[in-house]
Design a protein around this ligand. Structure first.
Ligand SMILES: [Zn+2]
Length: 181
């Protein structure tokens, strides 16, 4: 299972989810010029050693533009990049998108659109999976609890690399998590 690993809670839950199903997991972590990339990279290193999974780090070499937290075309670029690197005839690509965000690239329509293009290239042998698509953030947090995900080693502020801003949607999700503990 190839998955996009940002270093945040959702993608780390994705790692735990597939490992709990007995699958071999391989992570892909991207630097796309975003402000939190250094902190994410440290988190990914910890997640990789905690779960003993290989992670491929890729520097995209471009800075994806963000508009109020939405990175234009990000999830498409990252998924296509992973698909373009796969040498096997059949590949599964997973992404930790979930319910409750307003972005097109976190929606079922996005997954269907991506699948249609990948089918054009790979005739159905490369599949996108988004097992959390119908889960809310709090349902993902319950799943983390269930799967004993070490959320303290994850990182997910969208704005800063050292001190989380406390204001972005990722920081707010984290506050909810801390309050529920
Ligand atoms: Zn933040």
């Amino acid at each position: 299972m190839n998955l996009l690993l940002s270093g945040g809670i959702d993608s780390t839950a994705l790692v735990a989810f597939y490992i709990s199903q007995g699958l071999l997991v391989k992570g892909f972590h991207f630097n796309y010029g975003h402000p939190s990339s250094a902190a994410e990279k440290r988190a990914v290193k910890n997640i990789s050693s905690y779960y003993k999974i290989p992670v491929t780090e890729i520097n995209l070499g471009l800075s994806i533009v963000s508009n109020k937290g939405e990175y234009y075309c990000r999830n498409a670029i990252l998924l296509f990049s992973v698909a373009s690197l796969s040498s096997s005839k059949s590949a599964r690509l997973a992404i930790g998108i979930h319910k409750g965000t307003p972005y097109y690239d976190s929606s079922k329509a996005f997954v269907d659109d991506m699948q249609r293009i990948l089918d054009g290239y790979f005739s159905g042998s490369t599949q996108i999976e988004a097992p959390f698509l119908e889960l809310t953030k709090s349902e993902i947090l319950s799943l983390c609890d269930e799967l004993k995900v070490p959320v303290e080693i994850t990182y997910s502020c969208e704005r800063n690399s050292d001190i989380p801003c406390g204001e972005c949607s990722s920081c707010i999700d984290r506050r909810i998590l801390n309050e529920s503990e």
